[in-house]
Design a binder for this molecule. Structure first.
Ligand SMILES: NC(=O)c1ccc[n+]([C@@H]2O[C@H](COP(=O)([O-])OP(=O)(O)OC[C@H]3O[C@@H](n4cnc5c(N)ncnc54)[C@H](O)[C@@H]3O)[C@@H](O)[C@H]2O)c1
Ligand SMILES: [Zn+2]
Length: 368
């Protein structure tokens, strides 16, 4: 079992346990101050795992609620949060409660935000069950919901007390969800670890299926994210590098009314933002070829899903990007694989909408 400490401003670092059977650590890490528990996740994951988790917790808590909501990005909203909070209040939960955030990134973002504001903030433990959540969303304490104005616009930084990453929980993950996690892993490699990129490139065939993603690979991804978060918990500088691909991704997700999944939108966003970086930062042509090659081989990009005409639909959705300053769209762009442009300490740079349109049109053919 690997143990990784995510250091941040809080008094205690967050402990990440990673390995087959990590879920079984839950009773050992449970604090005697946590008298009640609320297990929160979408209906798919509570159906699969809530009973097992409840059995681990029952001997240690007075009250235990299992609260679920309908799966899907369109339900990561303030309305769902309110329903969960009302159920917690009706169930008599107090500030001595610990939330168990269970599921993919959507469940963790939502349950984490409930924990951030319930009784002005209670502890939570994260149990990620998708590849995306295990390599990315469970680490770093960003919690949020979407609004009709855009993605993740209402949220809080709230660090979990502990994270349990159990690769065995991925066994039931639908095959279509796998590439979503690979997209964030490619992002980690591009923003901070060229040797991980080399490794992923050499193992691109085996990585296409869950059997290829070893605990070693998961740990490497978690360590990259933990390192970036420790430097800059509240994203005042370097943490912005984790937004590579995300300026375009968030606009695409929002414009599609949440039909395009986050991972697929990030893959498209990285492909296009790397195209922008070729002009804006001198991102080498050879690195662009490698990046588009690996995304193709991992089944992350299918440019035919989008066409020229879609850009006009997407452009207005850049308006609500959180990185925007002085009314300009900003992106985190690589200078080469493994290194991001410092952008005078902001790790972002302004990008002209005309350039985004040009790169979009050059790279995305009309749909067949
Ligand atoms: N907070 C962060 O730092 C951060 C980082 C990256 C992404 N995110 C957010 O994460 C979200 C995407 O997360 P996601 O891709 O994990 O999607 P998700 O949470 O919707 O999970 C994908 C689907 O798989 C199902 N599922 C999850 N685990 C399962 C399992 N083990 N077996 C069977 N089914 C399972 C879910 O019910 C869902 O239908 C986005 O909203 C994104 O903004 C947050
Ligand atoms: Zn992401």
């Amino acid at each position: 079992m690997a143990e990784i400490l995510v250091r941040h401003r809080g008094a205690r670092p967050c402990r990440v346990s990673l390995g087959e059977g990590a879920l079984g650590d839950l009773p050992q890490l449970w604090s005697s101050e946590w008298k009640d528990a609320a297990i929160i996740g979408d209906r798919n994951v509570t159906g699969l795992f809530a009973e097992q988790i409840a059995n681990l917790l029952k001997p240690m808590v007075n009250r235990l609620l299992v609260l679920d909501f309908k799966p899907g990005e369109k339900n990561k909203t303030r309305q769902t949060k309110e329903k969960l909070e009302d159920a917690m209040l009706e169930g008599g939960l107090t500030r001595e409660t610990c939330v168990v955030a269970l599921g993919g990134g959507i469940s963790l973002d939502l349950a984490g935000l409930v924990a951030a504001t319930f009784m002005r903030g209670i502890p939570y433990v994260s149990i990620p069950t998708t590849l995306l959540a295990q390599v990315d969303a469970s680490i770093g304490g960003k919690t949020a919901v979407n609004t009709p104005h855009g993605k993740n616009l209402v949220g809080a930084f709230h660090q979990p007390d502990a994270v349990l990453i159990d690769p065995g929980m991925l066994d039931t993950l639908p095959a279509g969800e796998w590439p979503n996690g690979l997209a964030e892993a490619v992002k980690h490699a591009v923003v901070g670890d060229r040797s991980l990129f080399d490794w992923m490139e050499s193992n691109r065939i085996s990585l296409r299926s869950p059997a290829g993603a070893s605990a070693w690979f998961l740990e490497r991804c978690v360590r990259i994210k933990a390192g970036v978060v420790a430097d800059d918990e509240r994203e005042q500088g370097r943490r912005a590098i984790l937004n590579f691909g995300h300026t375009i991704a968030h606009a695409v997700e929002s414009a599609s009314a949440w039909k395009v999944t986050h991972g697929r939108a990030v893959a498209l966003g990285m492909f296009l933002e790397a195209g922008i970086a070729r002009r804006a930062t001198g991102f080498p042509e050879a690195d662009f070829v490698r990046l588009s090659g690996i995304m193709n081989d991992l089944g992350l990009i299918s440019p035919r899903e989008f066409g020229h005409q879609d850009f006009d639909r997407i452009l207005p959705h850049f308006k609500s990007d959180k990185k925007r300053r002085d009314d300009r769209i900003r992106m985190s762009l690589p200078v080469e694989i493994g290194q991001m442009a410092p952008g005078e300490g902001t790790y972002t740079m302004p990008v002209d909408p005309g350039l985004i349109r040009k790169v979009w049109n050059e790279n995305l053919r009309q749909p067949c």
